[in-house]
Design a protein. Structure first.
Length: 442
């Protein structure tokens, strides 16, 4: 039997972490961590410390950190493919799973593993082909992932009476198999939706992201590097975001990796979450169309921003629930564009907005974070290389986000985290509670 070094590392670390967590719960389980305010309850539990998430942490000032490393450090430290400039997303998965930056050999071992596990059963393609090609790509993506659930090792072994101590093992195998298949699934959706079903066979000599770019049909080597960067920087964003939390919640019922990720992707498809990336580019193109120019002046852009705000709408790509500075994922994409000499009117407008939008939003006094998030840049770079179908962008996001949420699902199984079941109350209960509190204080 071929030895799996990543699985062994994960098992060893998870065993120690699990025992430490059990002792912590036994010795200090009654310690109070946080208090929930009325506004947090009404506003979606924002900021309530209520999840364990091993793979990344979001800092309001520094942005996302993967096991303590920021985006710029990862761009330097993670292994590359054949002397390229951008990190291998496979190596990010390794880091998130076992808290170690892999060697070049370890990263390429994982690449090879995912190549070997990447075959998709024919019934999955048939399920997608039964849908109209006009079906939103995220709907197709969710259905495709659910159709793959027939391959679930966890579901089969659980039905056979698997010991709960083996839950992590089956989840790891499902996660590895599912991650391996996602680029092929996503590329199939892209080609059937936008290129008359003219599919491109995988190139098994390429890495996970490079092969994805190849199957999409964009041959420029720079685009492969962009995909490596894109799939890395979108890979995780701690556990409280909607897609991560949904994956965790569904997984807490002991649903397998396939069903859990399908749930997470349905959350990612919402306009307040992953779908925002297609809305950014659509907003900019609409602005150009209304203004009648692809090179608007600062004054024209400012007036359009004012009109957007006056209409009760937000400026897409600006603002973030946690961050209080420009999103490092925006900055690293800008850095990539500058290093590779990308030039287009669309990119110029993106950077123009970076100059103009924050001070305008800040002046309203209503925006805590006026800075751009990751969505403010990604679409313009994709358009530059020819990926112009905006409603496919969230699928790219989903392929990437799967790295973090599935690594975290493995940890949830290894730590034997329980079924998530918060207590709910009615608005009548809430009004009564607040009235009683006020009466007591007075």
């Amino acid at each position: 039997m071929i030895q799996d070094p990543l699985k062994m590392k994960f098992f060893e670390k998870a065993q120690i972490a699990s025992e430490n967590l059990k002792k912590l719960a036994k010795d200090n389980g009654d310690l109070k961590l946080d208090e929930v305010t009325v506004s947090q309850m009404i506003g979606g539990m924002r900021g309530v410390k209520s999840l364990l998430w091993e793979t990344s942490e979001l800092d309001a000032e520094l942005g996302i950190k993967f096991r303590g490393y920021d985006i710029f450090q990862l761009r330097e430290l993670l292994p590359k493919f054949n002397g390229g400039t951008e990190p291998l997303p496979e190596s990010l998965f390794w880091l998130m799973l076992v808290d170690e930056i892999p060697t070049q050999a370890e990263a390429l071992w994982l690449t090879d593993q995912w190549v070997r596990r990447s075959l998709i059963p024919e019934h999955v393609f048939k399920a997608l082909d039964a849908l109209p090609t006009s079906t939103h790509p995220m709907t197709q993506f969710s259905i495709g992932i659910s159709a793959l659930q027939t391959e679930s090792i966890f579901a089969r072994r659980h039905a056979e009476g698997m010991n709960k101590n083996e839950y992590w093992n089956a989840t790891y195998e499902d996660t590895m198999n599912l991650l391996a298949k996602l680029p092929r699934l996503a590329a199939y959706i892209y080609r059937r939706s936008f290129h008359n079903g003219k599919h491109i066979s995988p190139d098994i000599t390429l890495d996970w992201a490079g092969n994805f770019a190849h199957m999409l049909g964009i041959s420029n080597p720079e685009f492969k590097e962009l995909m490596r960067l894109y799939l890395t920087i979108h890979g995780d964003h701690e556990g409280g975001n909607a897609s991560a939390h949904t994956t965790h919640l569904v997984g807490s019922t002991l649903s397998d990796s396939y069903l859990s990720l399908a749930g997470g992707m349905n959350a990612l498809a919402g306009p307040l979450h992953g779908l925002a990336n297609q809305e950014v580019i659509s907003w900019i193109i609409k602005m150009m169309d209304i203004l009648g120019t692809e090179t608007p002046s600062d004054k024209q852009v400012e007036e359009y921003i004012k009109a957007t705000l006056a209409g009760g709408r937000v400026v897409p790509g600006y603002g973030h629930a946690v961050l209080r500075k420009p999103d490092p994922r925006f900055l690293v994409q800008k850095q990539f564009a500058e290093e590779y000499g990308l030039k287009s009117n669309l990119l110029n407008v993106v950077w123009q907005l970076f100059r103009l939008a924050p001070p305008m939003l800040e002046s309203t006094g209503k925006v805590k974070n006026p800075w751009p998030n990751v969505d403010a840049h990604s679409g313009a770079s994709l358009v530059y290389y020819g990926l112009k179908e905006h409603n496919f962008y969230t699928v790219l996001f989903g392929v990437s986000r799967s790295l973090g949420v599935l690594a975290s699902l493995c940890w949830s199984r290894a730590l034997s985290l329980g079924l998530e079941r918060p207590k709910s109350v009615s608005t009548k209960w809430l009004h009564t509670f607040v009235a009683n509190q006020l009466a007591t204080k007075s």
